[in-house]
Design a protein around this ligand. Sequence first.
Ligand SMILES: [Zn+2]
Length: 321
Amino acid sequence: MAFSMENYKYVQDILARRRTEAEDKARRNTAWVHEHSEEIREIDRKLSSTGFALIRAAMDKAPDVRERVAALREENLALQARRAALLREMGLPENYTAVIPVCAACKDAGHLDSGAMCACMRALLVEAGYRSSGLGSLLKKQSFDNFSLHFYEGDARRLASVALERAKEFAESFEKTGQNLLFMGGTGLGKTHLSTAIAKRAIERGFDVVYETAQNVISDFEYDRFKSGYGQSEDVPRSEKYFSCDLLILDDLGVEMSNQFTLSALYNVINTRINLGKSMLVSTNLGQKALLERYDERITSRLFGEFNPYLFRGTDIRLQK
Ligand SMILES: [Zn+2]
């Protein structure tokens, strides 16, 4: 598991807020009930004293301790039954003054008694991963399951089918293999759909995924350079996530502006990640020839030497739909 620390902290905060809200609500409801029912107020006073008496009796070594504990327990149950009846009479649910967690399984602690992570926390982490990946609503729509080969014909279908199988394998194993994928082909041929499906699966598996267009990656580097120029670089740089995330999906390579700065920023990301053995998926509308023309040898030798290329051909799926 490699949920990012940031998302982990975000989720811990959500759980802590849920606990506080549940306790506050119970306290408010109790105060209201006490205000409106003198008898319940009296019962609660007795209940807390029988609670203490029970503990004392249980610790006592007196010969009749069993009988005393049994008597106290009976009194306790009778008081609780009376209390529940009074709440019902007031038109309130029996648990009106109780602390009611959002998740009954872990009581909003995020972990079960066994120490295992609760399903509610896992779901929150996946949700946070979707959010921080930069993909948002696409993730809800595009998965491996709804990637249809039927929009492709002949050789294009064979290529798409290979890419689909390979993308599935990649999503399950990139952290072990450290492999990189290069998706090449025109707009509307399924590159984004498969990239999103990979991101979705990787996030579900607990990995920290960042999905961004090359243009936005460059913008973040420019922002960092601008900011450090003013001596305000105490924050985490925006570009930091492109190095630190478990999987970087760089979309639409080739539409960003091309100059010395953008080239060296791109090279820096690609080269650093390769050296760290951290996987990347790069997709581009450009073909091999156009890539060679546009990028210097430092970048193209990495792209063609360290990435497994997959071609997407056919007719724009969005037009077919
Ligand atoms: Zn839970």
